[in-house]
Design a binder for this molecule. Structure first.
Ligand code: ATP
Length: 328
């Protein structure tokens, strides 16, 4: 292990996700385990620019493994996108004796980390924290599993009312660029159709599928729509379109929204966060920089930040076929 790193800072940035606290806890305790000081930076890069730091020891992260959100708060910082902002951030880090940075966030946060690292030759490591699961180099991001469980719990409840009133529900879930939540929660909740950004089903096929479903004797249905679906209509416009063409359907819309980001992290996310935090700290102590820690086939891995930023974890097209078969 390196003896040049004496103090590591950790921050959370971008959209919050369940499991971020468990990752902070892991970073803090791994530092303590190796006799390294740890500093928490509040409000992401904005706090770095403002020097909003707090020393963190193993007892400062008691009772947070089970909490959603992030105790360090998150922010999107415009100032960090300027070279003056980053200079100020570097000044505060060096004044505080910090010699490496762990960023918990999404691809935007990793881009910021990479720019900063290149500019000041500063060691950085990324931990993927976003419910969308859209980052290349890891099969699971922190918060994704919890979000899936939240979504299916909601859809189960909606199904009760849908079947009592013989209604068709369009349920919008998060996922601007990636359909992981929609696809997996859709299959897990028994959706009739799943609309995702990666595949344009087309309005005709949607109509055909709903017609077939009605004819087969189904009296209620759930259609899960990712917010970034490329059908060219938002979920309310879709409702209007189907109502116009299939007047026999009584249709409602439910947008799940920010509730998908909250709640206690699942056991999977807590274990993942603990593993990734350990790997992030130990990789820095081994002299590595500019990597994202992730998981692949249950092994903890390192992916160059550059690749993690550019790529996307692809959806499993076989799941679309499974979904088609399940809606028979
Ligand atoms: P989510 O996936 O939840 O949106 P994210 O990490 O992608 O999370 P962003 O808002 O895209 O969230 O990025 C977070 C922050 O990273 C930005 O507010 C900004 O401070 C920093 N950042 C992003 N891109 C750059 C860049 N090119 N240069 C410097 N900083 C950047």
């Amino acid at each position: 292990m390196s003896n040049t790193i004496k103090k590591i800072a950790v921050l959370t940035s971008g959209g919050d996700a369940p499991g971020m606290n468990a990752a902070i806890r892991s970073v803090v305790r791994t530092c303590a385990y190796h006799g390294i000081d740890c500093v928490g930076i509040y409000r992401g890069y904005q706090g770095m620019i403002e020097g909003d730091f707090k020393e963190m020891g193993p007892r400062t992260v008691n009772n947070i493994i089970n909490k959603g959100g992030t105790i360090l708060k998150s922010a999107r910082s415009k100032d960090f996108q300027t070279s003056e902002g980053r200079k100020l951030a570097y000044k505060h880090l060096t004044e505080a004796g910090i010699s490496a940075l762990i960023v918990i966030g999404g691809d935007g946060s990793f881009t910021g980390a990479q720019v900063f690292s290149k500019e000041f030759n500063f060691p950085v490591m990324g931990i993927p924290g976003t419910i969308d699961n859209d980052i290349f180099g890891t099969s699971h991001t922190l918060g994704y599993d919890t979000a899936l469980n939240t979504v299916i719990e909601c859809i189960d409840k909606i199904r009760d009312t849908a079947s009592s009133h013989n209604r068709l529900f369009f349920i919008e879930v998060m996922g601007r660029d990636a359909g992981h939540i929609a696809l997996n929660a859709g299959i897990g909740s028994g959706a009739e159709e799943i609309l995702i950004p990666e595949e344009d089903l087309g309005l005709d096929r949607l109509l055909e599928s709903l017609q077939k479903s009605k004819a087969s004797g189904k009296s209620s249905s759930i259609v899960v729509v990712a917010e970034g679906d490329k059908m060219g209509k938002n979920v309310f416009e879709l409702k209007d379109y189907i109502e116009e063409h299939l007047p026999e359907y009584d249709i409602r819309v439910s947008v799940l929204g920010h509730m998908q980001r909250g709640g206690a992290p699942s056991c999977f996310d807590r274990v993942l966060a603990s593993r990734l935090g350990v790997k992030a700290v130990e990789s820095i102590l081994e002299g590595k920089s500019n990597f994202m820690v992730g998981i692949s086939k249950d092994e903890v891995t390192l992916t160059p930040l550059e690749q993690a930023i550019k790529g996307h974890y692809p959806i499993d097209m076989e799941l679309l076929r499974v979904s088609d078969i399940m809606s028979t």
